[in-house]
Write a protein that binds this ligand. Structure first.
Ligand SMILES: Cc1cc2nc3c(=O)[nH]c(=O)nc-3n(C[C@H](O)[C@H](O)[C@H](O)COP(=O)(O)OP(=O)(O)OC[C@H]3O[C@@H](n4cnc5c(N)ncnc54)[C@H](O)[C@@H]3O)c2cc1C
Length: 443
């Protein structure tokens, strides 16, 4: 079916011939009859990674295959979304081992981007919990791979942005929990130095993330709110919550009704920002027990919030710098705040050690912020890319819609090895995307 599609940033927008499948035979047939094709999950990557002239949507390939409630091992088809998995596993006392900031992504998308959560420094990426998966190659052949068999294919598929083939099935482990609640601690930090010091002090916490105010200059430059969390134990719950400790959160969602002109966004963001940072009752530290939903997925409460960025769309800029490059973090944040092009809030997380083939994380700090698409933006981001590279960092492919190919090849130290494995399993580049062509991976 011909369709106009875009991913979460609504930039770029393009026409595609979309195919769907509910049985593997349909997938093999679709692959036989198309070239220049890429797998598409729920389109929650921000840029052009799941855009191509032919796309194969996995959304109808979404069955639960097995769930070992004793061992916490879950197996499903790749189009199943994390929100559906949570509905099955949480009432049985299990949680996702790693989750990104939205639950509206597929398992295939979680592996292909090798997503990270607020617990990367403790639990690593999603791929570290994958026990085995099936990948359908361009020939239609299904290959099962895992950290111990067909390992090249396994590691090039984790974080490989769909370029080795279509992930159709995955088996992964879960995290045992006593309740569906999170014991949360929020701490206000006066500036960037303090928040980095707090990350260090509280590194024993499983979950951590900071929201940084990008407007403040001077001694409050980089002032932030650090959010820390642990899965609440039974003893942490009040009497009311103890009655049903594994209760699923109520579905309270509102929908952003239509695409707004860009100026409205600024007014809305300023209001949200003022509320967060100047709220009269906001103490230096807050400790409470909340449902997992507002802790992990605060943005999911407003469906289609991306419409708020206007018709031209936006890009999310996410980079990681090694731990020792704190100066680079300061320099980049300064440039962004001086330029005044970015959103007012940036999200800062810490990554633990990781050295996989092509996954984004490596030990250090990662910062993400949104930029509405406008004149002069891409030239400015090109300058930032150079600073990121100079400090030994790289950009997240899952958020990217515009980086130049040399930034990818220089930033990802295993890019050559990755490209050789892609050529081995995808020799004619049957699988390619707008992003992979732009970055000269499949070109
Ligand atoms: C609000 C929000 C918050 C987010 N927070 C985080 C975060 O905290 N951490 C993080 O890591 N990411 C985060 N992301 C990004 C998101 O988790 C990833 O982009 C994820 O890959 C999207 O999955 P999807 O199912 O929507 O796949 P798509 O966006 O459709 O595709 C993403 C990539 O996966 C490939 N792919 C999809 N399915 C398959 C398959 N079956 N086989 C092979 N390749 C496949 C596509 O080709 C593409 O390269 C966030 C996104 C949003 C919108």
């Amino acid at each position: 079916m011909k369709k106009t599609i875009a991913n979460w940033g609504n930039y770029p927008v393009m026409e595609t011939e979309e195919k769907t499948f509910t049985f593997e035979e349909q997938l093999s047939d679709a692959l036989l009859h198309s070239d220049g094709i890429i797998a598409r999950g729920n389109g929650r990557c921000y840029g052009d990674a799941s855009l191509a002239k032919n796309t194969i949507s996995t959304l109808k390939y979404d069955k639960v295959l097995s769930f070992d409630t004793e061992q916490g091992i879950f197996e499903c088809q790749s189009g199943l979304m994390l929100d559906k998995i949570l509905e099955v596993i949480v009432p049985k006392g299990w949680f996702l081992p790693v989750t990104p900031g939205t639950k509206f992504i597929t398992v295939g998308g979680a592996i292909a981007s090798d997503v990270h959560g607020k617990n990367h420094h403790v639990d690593g990426c999603f791929s570290h919990h994958v026990l085995e998966m099936d990948v359908v190659l361009g020939s239609g052949e299904t290959v099962t791979c895992s950290p111990t068999s067909n390992t090249e294919l396994f590691w090039a598929t984790c974080g490989g942005m769909g370029l080795t083939g279509i992930i159709t099935r995955a088996k992964f482990d879960l995290k045992k929990v006593e309740s569906s609640y999170i014991k949360q601690k929020q701490i206000k930090a006066q500036n960037l130095e303090e928040v980095i010091e707090l990350f260090e002090r509280y590194k024993h916490y499983t979950y951590s993330v900071a929201w940084i105010d990008c407007l403040k200059k001077g001694k409050h430059f980089g002032r932030s709110i650090l959010m820390l969390g642990e899965h609440a134990k039974l003893e942490d719950l009040d009497e009311e919550k103890k009655k049903d400790p594994l209760k699923l959160p109520n579905k309270k969602q509102i929908t952003f009704p239509f695409t707004l002109p860009s100026f409205v966004l600024n007014q809305l963001t300023v209001k949200a920002f003022n509320f967060l940072f100047y709220g009269k009752n906001f103490k230096r530290e807050i400790n409470n027990v909340i449902s997992y939903e507002p802790f992990f997925y605060p943005l999911d409460a407003i469906l289609h919030w991306n419409r708020g960025y206007g018709k031209k769309g936006f890009v999310q800029y996410q980079f990681v710098l090694p731990l020792e490059s704190k100066q680079g973090l300061i320099e980049i944040l300064k440039r962004i705040s001086d330029k005044g092009l970015g959103s007012f809030l940036a999200v800062l997380k810490v990554f633990g050690k990781q050295d996989d083939l092509i996954s984004f994380p490596k030990e250090g700090y990662t910062l993400a912020l949104d930029f509405p698409v406008r004149k002069g933006l891409f030239e400015f981001l090109d300058e930032l890319d150079k600073v990121v590279l100079d400090y030994g960092g790289r950009l997240y492919l899952s958020k990217d819609a515009r980086m130049k190919s040399d930034i990818f090849w220089k930033g990802y130290s295993n890019a050559n090895r990755f490209s050789e494995i892609v050529k081995k399993y995808n020799p004619d580049f049957k699988f390619n995307s707008v992003q992979a062509n732009r970055l000269s991976i499949t070109h």
